[in-house]
Design a protein around this ligand. Sequence first.
Ligand code: 6PG
Length: 239
Amino acid sequence: MSSSRAQGLDGVTPVDDVPAAFAATVQEAFTRRSGATFSLVLSGGPTARACYEHLAALPAGSIDWDAVDIYIGDERGVAPDDEDANQRLARESLIEPVGGVHAFFPMPTDGPLAHCAQRYDEVLHAALAVDAFDLVHLGLGPDGHTASLFPGSKGLDAPEDVYVVANTDPTGNNRHERLTITFSAIAHSRLCVVTVMGESKRDAVRALLDGEDLPAGRVRSGEVRWLLDEAALGSAVPR
Ligand code: 6PG
């Protein structure tokens, strides 16, 4: 094994149905939560949407949503109801279908993003002063990004005590100015679940298995669980 191998990738095997496995993982984590509430940090993109739709469709009573606090892990610099807004995705695919949650903390985007980042950084500092996140959900971009932490971007080098930054993709491949949680915020979690679907992610997965330094490979948490489908894993055999 390479010493720089991403946490949790050793011996990973593909799952048949990533959204179903995600929903089951959240339910299990909710059931064994240590506190009265459960903090869940959400992601964006089509994979996340499929995962949240599956989660929302769990049989009634699987999760007590009145005990769930929802945070957002990254956001585009757009209005809350913009079709590219992750907070809209969270509302549409999860929060509204389950009839609301204990508390929802969307990332603010009204104003200069550096200022919005500071405001959400305060929200996360307040939350993490009380307890770690129960579960952070992340994805993997074809370029190896996770949340809005892009290869070569400034956000990769945020100081330890900063939990949220404004960031952009230096290649311009990923649209919009972004807000993103940092590796340091992610590290304050009991469990981090990374969902990866489709052949377009295969090269990034292979690079991570080979120990290449891609942003997603820098994720650290109490536990990191990779839920990859066969198309994403391809013929790469984790050693
Ligand atoms: C976002 C993300 C981003 C995403 C990856 C993978 O808001 O887009 O948080 O990091 O997770 O781009 O997305 P897909 O798996 O949906 O392609």
